[in-house]
Design a protein around this ligand. Sequence first.
Ligand code: FES
Ligand SMILES: [Fe+2]
Length: 312
Amino acid sequence: MFKMFPKQWTPVLPVAEVKDTPVAVELAGESLVIFRNLEGKFGALLNRCPHRGVPLSMGRVTENGCLECPYHGWNFTTNGACIRVPLNDLKPAQLSKLSVVNFPTKIIAGLIWVFTGTGNPPELEVPESLLQPENRYFVHHEVWNTHWTRCVENALDYLHIPFVHQNSFGRELNDTARTNAIAQINIREITDGMRINSKINTLAHGIEIDWHKPNNVVVKFDLVGVGIPVRGHIFSIPINAQQTRFMQVILANPGIDKTKFDFNQFVAPSFEDRVIVESQVGEVPNTTEECNVGTDEASLRFRRWYHSVVVD
Ligand code: FES
Ligand SMILES: [Fe+2]
């Protein structure tokens, strides 16, 4: 299962979008159903009843905390166990053979995370900036028609800013990029990815960006030195080989009144990225393909990891 993205933890949807009805969601080519039972516990199950293959997302959440199939009413717990088959008198041993495939879940930063594999998952480790009180986050997500690796690479890439974003936050860099200025990119490994410090030699401030495997890029606007009071987390979540859920999780600095803050100033420019990224074809190629220069080092490290670990 999840051949294009196996054995990874990833957010899939904001908690706020799964209320009292089950939600169908495609993740890395597999159909899942996410539901929340009356105790607030979440389940992520294969969206196909093991009885006759009906999508469980067409069912309902029952008073006993289960997801009920709409066809013959079989009841499944958040762990996928079948605990009731109406109008049959089944022994526990018989019921135990009727479970639906389930996937581990966690709730972090107001997001539902799913592990794209079965059995015992590895510990999910996230940066400190995703462990803050939920009310400090602003979440926006949309579907892009591109492979998820193109989105990650775009988020790691500093040198597109003066061109792709010349009508928004890259306006000033556009002038600089037309001089003889040089960009310096310093990269060092961190526990679960890399830290990229990018700066143009004629400017006072650069930016620090972290990549956390597999699909999270953290943009530290709050460290830029110009007082932008947020930290951005970009998740590139594979829907299938042609589509990606582009999710931005923005952490406001303590004391920011979210009701008065314009988060759209961070969301709107991503449309400029989307036009470019959707024009690219397929997944990122391996490092020996396409032409590369020194400032592509972060992309090349990502490509190397992707081709040796994810798709090998
Ligand atoms: S198809 Fe789901 S209970 Fe029969
Ligand atoms: Fe961009």
